[in-house]
Ligand binder design. Structure first.
Ligand code: ZN
Length: 304
């Protein structure tokens, strides 16, 4: 199904939801033009085509809560918003644009109470048919951009931007390797099993002499680029792994699906931002987005 047809189908479902609320009060016409439907849809997403091999995803920073979508109440439904991650993702984009680079962007603006787009469809929507269609559209757009990046640039990077509330104030980078995995000696980490498990499998197979440990905790690792700019990060050269007992997010659904663990030549990293000095006030957010754009460009230039 084309994107346009899918959008219309979803909007009709949303409209049915709205009409079922309003019909009890009115016998009036239910005609709504396609333009109006398309406008409604755009309230909930930001999709942008890019000109560099980078796709930014943000799914937990939205705060729109339409009444016609029921709150998620199924067991294991996490409904907490990742504060300021939507505006930080947009900030990173605009810093890159200032430097002449447009990343691909896929942003959700609905609140996590309504949908969790870093989960499989059943957990994401708790079985709600309206948001199940929305989930499909959202992920189809990510897939379309990811495959466009592969076609145009042959390889690329997906960054899924989140915010954590763990005690240790540092950026947590998720490569689908657990804290226990990251605590292994580099020699062990460079065994094929870890490479195949990681979301940057493609990068490790196509590098010139670098091994998985170099990408995780080496001088040119993504984490170390943040460290050098004053943002503590794990894993990195300065902090190679969370200690036993320390909380750490290793990467969720989007990192699994859109990195190179299972297939393809596009890698992914989950970027979990801490609060202090990063998200906690407007000037910190603005400074962070500038440095983050620098880190991303440096990483892309070195490795992609
Ligand atoms: Zn999140």
């Amino acid at each position: 199904m084309s994107r346009k047809r899918l959008v219309r189908r979803i909007l009709h479902l949303i409209l049915i939801g709205l009409l079922s609320v309003s019909c009890s009060k009115s016998n009036g016409s239910s005609e709504v033009s396609n333009e109006e439907l398309d406008r409604n849809w755009e309230q909930y997403t930001i999709f942008k085509q890019g000109n560099i091999p980078l796709l930014l995803i943000s799914v937990h920073g939205g705060d729109i809560e339409p009444d016609f979508i029921e709150d998620r109440t199924c067991s294991q439904a996490v409904t907490v918003k990742d504060l300021h991650t939507l505006e930080i993702t947009q900030g990173i984009e605009s810093e890159l644009v200032k430097l002449g680079y447009q990343p691909y962007v896929v942003i959700n603006k609905l609140h996590r109470k309504k949908i969790d787009l870093n989960r499989s469809v059943s957990n994401a929507t708790c079985g709600n048919p309206i948001t199940s269609e929305y989930w499909q559209l959202f992920h189809d757009q990510i897939k379309a951009y990811r495959s466009e990046i592969e076609t145009k640039f042959s390889t690329g990077l997906v960054l899924d931007v989140h915010g954590h509330s763990h005690e240790v104030q540092r950026i947590e980078l998720g490569y689908l390797l657990s804290a226990t995995d990251l605590r292994q000696e580099n020699e062990t980490l460079n065994e094929v099993a870890y490479k195949n498990k990681s979301s940057i499998r493609h990068l490790t197979e196509n590098s010139t002499g670098l091994q998985l440990s170099d990408y995780l905790n080496g001088a040119q690792s993504f984490g170390q680029l943040f460290e050098e700019r004053g943002y503590p990060s794990v894993p990195s050269l300065s902090d190679r792994a969370p200690k036993e007992g320390e909380a750490y997010w290793s990467g969720g659904y989007n990192t699994q699906e859109y990195g190179s663990r299972y297939s393809g030549d596009v890698d992914a990293i989950q970027v979990e931002l801490n609060m202090t000095n990063v998200r906690n006030n407007a000037s910190n957010r603005s400074r962070f987005t500038r440095y983050c754009a620098e880190v991303i460009l440096s990483y892309l230039e070195t490795h992609y």
